[in-house]
Design a protein. Structure first.
Length: 131
């Protein structure tokens, strides 16, 4: 019994560290078949960074298409991004080199795309729904 209690204590001790490190879940992808995929900070940081010029400012982050590929999503009709503001839906054709997810200053990501006016970009993306 004491061995079991010890391992339980260790796990409880490690849990807070896991929350604050790069395995933190940034947002979730809901695939067309209804299954979900958690996108972690680690996974996103491992993706190549792209730069996007939009309304006179350079945004930087991974391509949305690369983020979707983490979940095995390569073919779809449209994707909807939901966050703290401005839900946005993009067609398959719009998820190209003109659409990235940009890190903001408080640890979340925002949509950056030349297809949507900057004022309407989804901030603090929490969910991407694939159709």
């Amino acid at each position: 019994d004491s061995a079991t209690e010890t391992s339980t204590t260790l796990q409880a001790t490690e849990a807070p560290a896991a929350v604050s490190d790069n395995s933190q879940v940034l947002f979730q992808i809901v695939k067309a078949d209804g299954t979900t995929f958690d996108v972690t900070l680690n996974a996103v940081k491992a993706l190549p960074l792209a730069q996007l010029q939009a309304e006179g400012k350079v945004e930087e982050g991974p391509y949305l298409s690369d983020v979707l590929a983490l979940a095995g999503v390569t073919e779809f009709t449209e994707v909807t991004l939901t966050g703290s503001s401005n839900p946005a839906t993009l067609t398959f054709e719009q998820v190209n080199e003109n659409t990235i997810l940009d890190f903001n200053n408080h640890g979340t990501m925002k949509l950056s795309s030349t297809y949507i006016p900057k004022d309407n970009w989804t901030k603090d993306v929490s969910l991407i729904t694939v159709k």
